[in-house]
Write a protein that binds this ligand. Structure first.
Ligand code: ZN
Length: 306
């Protein structure tokens, strides 16, 4: 039995146990998986194993560092994620100077960089310089759901760890699970989204009805999740001619007949931003109105929309 057990991840458990029992000197790891939440969960456990000054165990009682990591209060663990679909150079420079000035409390200083395929090229260059500094106790944990899009020079400097994704079920159950919505509400969301896509004016006539159905923040968040999965599947269909969630739904096929990959990616980022905005106290009518307008405004400048 391994001394670090990451549920449903035997390969990762084996690697982490090995690290836990020796002083392995790898500067960058790249976790590849299909599910963002799973990647995040694994990256955090990974960080704890690398940071914990004692031998890490799931209920580490010897150090308070592990519990500070869990509550998000440990400064030597930095988490970086794309903003508006980009990880910028400034982020990397700030990170580097932070780690250069900070004294080390844990075994290593760690940064987790989520969705590392979103590094732009100047950020990637800055990151490469950072990775090449030999003496540092800084270890990078990158995550991606799309290994092919990660810049090669980054990939070649990482130990790649592919997560086990066998347990993730896609399809309607997955959508229900992710959104917390039942099938009727999922369909209402799709109707609304397809209306927004065809005509902003029509969507505004449906707004009141939509808000009556989705009358809590939780439900609205569920609707945004369905929209997000819709655009992801439009992208899947566009690139692979195959959907992961919606079983080749016609409405989603239509989404990709008149918009290009770039537009779909922008819409995915737009929805993600709004999921975050929803956590603040917002006026829901204004919020959904901005979604309608925002989606309408993202175009490649060539499509004919009403
Ligand atoms: Zn610990």
């Amino acid at each position: 039995m391994y001394d670090v057990v990451v549920e449903k991840q035997p390969v990762l458990s084996r690697i982490l146990s090995k690290i836990n029992n020796s002083s392995v000197n790898v500067q960058a790891y790249l976790l590849v998986g299909e599910d963002h939440e799973e990647l995040e969960r694994c990256a955090l456990t990974f960080a704890k194993v690398l940071i914990c000054p004692d031998k890490y165990s799931e209920k580490c009682l010897k150090c308070n560092i592990c519990s500070r990591i869990k509550s998000g209060n440990f400064a030597e663990l930095k988490i970086i994620e794309p903003i508006n679909g980009i990880i910028k150079k400034e982020e990397i420079i700030n990170l580097r100077s932070f780690f250069q000035t900070k004294s080390i409390e844990g075994k290593n200083q760690i940064y987790i960089m989520k969705d590392v395929e979103f590094l732009n090229s100047s950020a990637a260059n800055a990151l490469l310089k950072f990775l090449e500094e030999p003496e540092s106790n800084t270890v990078a944990i990158f995550t991606t759901t799309n290994l092919n899009s990660v810049i090669n020079t980054i990939v070649s400097r990482c130990q790649i760890i592919k997560l086990n994704n066998n347990n993730i079920k896609k399809g309607l159950d997955f959508i229900k699970n992710m959104s917390g919505l039942d099938e009727d509400l999922i369909n209402s969301t799709l109707d609304f989204l397809f209306t927004i896509e065809s005509s902003n004016a029509k969507a505004f006539t449906m707004l009141k009805e939509f808000l009556n159905l989705f009358n809590t923040k939780e439900l609205l968040k569920g609707a945004l999740t369905v929209m997000l999965l819709s655009y992801k599947d439009a992208l899947n269909y566009k690139i692979f001619k195959n959907m992961e969630y919606f079983n080749n739904e016609t409405g989603i096929k239509n989404l990709c007949t008149y918009q290009n990959i770039d537009v779909l990616i922008k819409k995915i980022s737009f929805i993600l931003e709004n999921v975050k905005k929803l956590e603040y106290n917002v006026n829901v009518t204004l919020f959904v109105s901005n979604i309608i307008i925002g989606i309408g405004e993202i175009t490649d400048g060539q499509s004919n929309r009403s």
